[in-house]
Ligand binder design. Sequence first.
Ligand code: FE
Length: 180
Amino acid sequence: MNPDVASASSPGTDKWVPYRHPQPKESPPELVIPNAIPTDERIWVPVEQNVWFRPLLMCTSRGYWMNLLRVRKSGILSRHRHPLPVHGFVLKGEWRYLEHDWVATEGAYVYEAPGETHTLVVDSHVEEMITLFQVNGAMIYVDPDGNSTGYDDVFTRIGKCREHYRINGLGEEYIDQFIR
Ligand code: FE
């Protein structure tokens, strides 16, 4: 055997050779967002007072969304229940849930289990917090007794983005690049 062929196919020598075949045609295109924490303020979509989100991946085919949540001091993300798990990574600042005794600080990873109902607050000593969240399924807004008062899912969130981007001039189609 040609020694070059032998060495090229032996383990360890082809690590830098790219995969030679096309990706599956059913696989959606990858998504890379260079400035995930945007400097263009228009990209942040207001949710309620002192609370905004920045869409990253709106996964309509699997029913979840990836977003940055930004809350400035004394902001509250209204009480809600999660039927499916949530994963979070704190990029800046800190926050807590009224229902727990821990504080999520910069650099922390947070897992919230299905069935969890909570209220996210940013206290007055924190100028700003930014957290990456994967939210699966839905957020079901509830009163203190758990009676539902509304919901968000990936589709309502896309709707809020469209409305916000339409009004602020980015254009309602701006959200389309984040949908898979
Ligand atoms: Fe939550």
